[in-house]
Design a binder for this molecule. Structure first.
Ligand code: ADP
Ligand code: MG
Length: 338
């Protein structure tokens, strides 16, 4: 038996497996970067479900030319400096793993320019190797193009599903991102066809209409609650519009789409008595909690969070929803005019 240290390329490819599972995870990571860069408009284009082509264009802060190479290194981030910063994280990213992981298993082209710079940079990496680095003219912001995902990891490529299936996963991720940031305009195109557009004017009903359709939009119950610990803002669906699965329960904690047992339970219990068993409500809730009370560094996918005041969070949410539901019971529902 011989013990050897793995080389960098192998380490990066293995690490990439944790972050990049399919085209949807690439879209999520790159779009989160665009959001963290204070973009006001983000365009997401895919071909073949993202298997062969993904392009994310933003109008955010860009990457300074002398830092582009560094951005693609493992554990390279501009978002935290020490572990203390994790106590109160305001950005979606912080692990410094996405660009290195994605470029380890795909052909990546990055075109970026900061508003201050006169020219931009075009950086090309394939399977973790630099192919080209050149100065070019470009608008301010960043464009990331990801081609041939898993071209150098056949074991992974085998698990990619059809363009149709992967495209649906991407569409779902884009919807979550668009819902999580109503103040950003999102454009999503698949094989050249527009699939989603949000204006970025912050109007929640408009986005709900776009994504979930007219029937649901007509019967929304507003929720607005503020305590010392947290604020809750958004809409919940009429019990009559409940669904057979939890896919319509959307909630965002400090701008991050999460799935959480405590929040899920609070929603379920609030609707208790309003819903039949195995029916789940529509919710679109924006929850803001003091950053020091939320730990997002639980899992690489960052879909899970941990709260330090679980009980209080549960009760506050449950009560806010119950109040909203009861309020609605008291107000006679006037049918909306078309
Ligand atoms: P993280 O987001 O965890 O910091 P990433 O690997 O996703 O790590 O990105 C590395 C760094 O590259 C970021 O910290 C950021 O400074 C820069 N970066 C990536 N994408 C963009 C973008 N679209 N606009 C501006 N800067 C970006
Ligand atoms: Mg990131």
């Amino acid at each position: 038996m011989v013990i050897e240290l793995l080389d960098k390329t192998t380490i990066d490819k293995i690490a990439a497996g944790e972050v990049v599972e399919r085209p949807a995870s690439v879209v999520k990571e790159l779009t989160e970067n665009a959001i963290d860069a204070s973009s006001t408009a983000i365009t997401i284009e895919i071909k073949d479900g993202g298997n062969s082509f993904i392009r994310i264009t933003d109008n955010g802060g860009g990457i300074p030319a002398d830092q582009v190479r560094k951005a693609f290194m493992r554990h390279a981030t501009s978002k935290i400096r020490t572990v203390d910063d994790l106590v109160q994280i305001a950005t979606l990213g912080f692990r410094g793993e996405a660009l290195s992981s994605i470029s380890a298993v795909a052909r990546v082209e990055c075109i970026t320019k900061t508003p201050e710079a006169l020219t931009g940079v075009r950086y090309w990496v394939e399977g973790g190797k630099e192919i080209e680095f050149e100065e070019i003219g470009a608008p301010s912001g960043t464009t990331m193009i990801v081609r041939n995902l898993f071209f150098n990891t056949p074991a992974r490529a085998k698990f990619l599903k059809s363009g149709m299936t992967e495209g649906n996963h991407v569409a779902h991720v884009v919807e979550e991102l668009a819902l999580s940031h109503p103040e950003i305009s999102f454009k999503f195109l698949s094989n050249g066809q527009s699939r989603l557009y949000t204006s970025g004017n912050g109007n929640l009903k408009e986005i709900i209409y776009q994504i979930f359709g007219r029937d649901l939009t007509r019967e929304l119950i507003p929720v607005d609650k503020k305590t010392e610990l947290m604020s809750i803002h958004g809409f919940i669906g009429n019990p009559g519009a409940a669904r057979a699965n939890r896919n319509f329960e959307n909630y965002f904690v400090n701008g991050r789409f999460v799935k959480d047992r405590i929040l899920g339970k609070a929603i379920e219990d609030a609707y208790h008595g309003f819903l039949m068993q195995h029916r789940f409500p529509f919710t679109l809730l924006y929850i803001r909690i003091d950053g020091t009370k939320v730990d997002v560094n639980v899992h690489p996918s960052k879909m899970e969070v941990r709260f330090s005041s679980q009980e209080e969070i549960y009760h506050t949410l449950c009560l806010a929803l119950q109040n909203a539901l009861m309020q609605r019971e008291r107000i006679p529902q006037v049918p909306l005019k078309e």
